[in-house]
Design a protein around this ligand. Structure first.
Ligand SMILES: NC(=O)c1ccc[n+]([C@@H]2O[C@H](COP(=O)([O-])OP(=O)(O)OC[C@H]3O[C@@H](n4cnc5c(N)ncnc54)[C@H](O)[C@@H]3O)[C@@H](O)[C@H]2O)c1
Length: 332
């Protein structure tokens, strides 16, 4: 019996976003016929068969977007937005799945999930967090929408046996994101925002003088924080391995890097690479977390390779090449 689903035509939402724009060339290279949804940015990928303009809030979108498609990769999301998240993220996901139920020819629906649904960073969590850990997002409309999106996926699978795969991405790092995150000088990417939590004389001096430093996040007892993120190419690899894979149907997979990192190691490495000092910050509200990716590795044959050193190396190379980062609207 074949382990592959007969998928050729793929509809991709969020195609011009961070994950989408890295994924499109791989889909094209693999021979898929891609219909990309364009909302508010340029989609520049040779070989994409069709670009459709549309808004997830538009109730007429699903029928025209899914016509003649075999699979959907649903990446679009308005992120942390109190006014829009229900209609865009929750309503948009529901309407796409409702169309999958009604038209009956979609072989697979891949939903972008997030580790925000597990309340990482803000709440103490089991060590590691695995795929069976219940939904329990951290505060915010974005985590709420990721929990609701997944809940709709689960129910549509239970009620109608829809062929759904959820990929729960950790914080995705591409470009020079890790340097933007873990150095004092802007651009700032993600939390904590170092300048806002500068309290010691040394920290204030660095911030006021516009000096750069590799920022180390510590717990109040001085031990380094631990975090688990993922490199953008590993995310793309996970989507490619899931697409058309019968074993991926009906499952939710944690997508995090090969190993978590601690901020002592990260800050020392960046310090050496950029020749800047390390500056330590104590962050009381942070809780260490790591994900178990055993299930994802064994079911999908996924082999993430972007550990923290490779993520930093790529970020340094990105800056050395003079590339300009594309800002993301919400870092998670
Ligand atoms: N980037 C991360 O660190 C991260 C981590 C975990 C999960 N995720 C999830 O992965 C998916 C992709 O994330 P990303 O970082 O590429 O996002 P992004 O913010 O870069 O892109 C979001 C996309 O959604 C589209 N969009 C927004 N509102 C829309 C609307 N009303 N109609 C149609 N399209 C609309 C945008 O045009 C854009 O293409 C999202 O579901 C996100 O929640 C991302």
């Amino acid at each position: 019996m074949s382990t592959e689903l007969p998928i050729k035509n793929v509809f991709v939402t969020g195609a011009g976003g961070k994950v989408g724009s890295a994924l499109l060339p791989e889909l094209v290279k693999a021979g898929y016929k891609v219909r990309a949804l364009r909302y508010d940015e340029v989609i520049d990928c040779p070989g994409v068969a069709e670009i459709v303009d549309g808004d997830l809030r538009d109730k007429t979108l699903p029928a025209r977007a899914l016509r003649d498609m075999d699979a959907v990769i649903h990446l679009a999301n308005c992120k942390e937005n109190r006014e829009l998240f229900l209609e865009t993220n929750v309503g948009g996901t529901f309407r796409l799945l409702d169309e999958v139920k009604n038209n009956g020819h979609i072989q697979q629906f891949i939903q972008a999930g997030s580790d925000a649904r597990a309340g990482i960073y803000y709440f103490p969590r089991p060590f590691p967090i695995d795929e069976n850990f219940p939904h329990s997002g951290y505060p915010g409309y974005y985590p709420l929408s990721k929990v609701l999106e997944e809940t709709i996926c689960e129910q549509m699978r239970v009620q109608y046996n829809l062929p759904i795969t959820v990929l729960r991405f950790s914080w995705v790092h591409g470009q020079d994101d890790i340097l933007a995150h873990a150095t004092l000088k802007g651009p700032q990417f993600g939390v904590p925002v170092w300048k806002e939590i500068a309290v010691t004389e040394e920290q204030k001096h660095f911030a006021a003088q516009g000096l750069d430093a590799a920022c180390r996040m510590d717990h109040p007892d001085g031990t380094p924080g631990m975090r688990h993120i993922v490199g953008l190419p590993d995310v793309v690899q996970a989507v490619m391995l899931s697409l058309g894979n019968k074993a991926a149907i009906g499952k939710a997979f944690p997508i995090a890097g090969p190993a978590p990192f601690t901020y002592d190691i990260l800050s020392e490495y960046i310090s050496k690479k950029l020749d800047i000092p390390v500056l330590r910050f104590q962050v009381p509200e942070f809780h260490d977390f790591r994900h178990s990716i055993v299930f994802t590795r064994s079911v999908l044959g996924w082999e993430p390779v972007y550990d923290i050193f490779k993520i930093v190396d790529d970020a340094v190379a990105f800056r050395k090449a003079g590339k300009r980062r594309v800002e993301t609207k919400y870092p998670g």
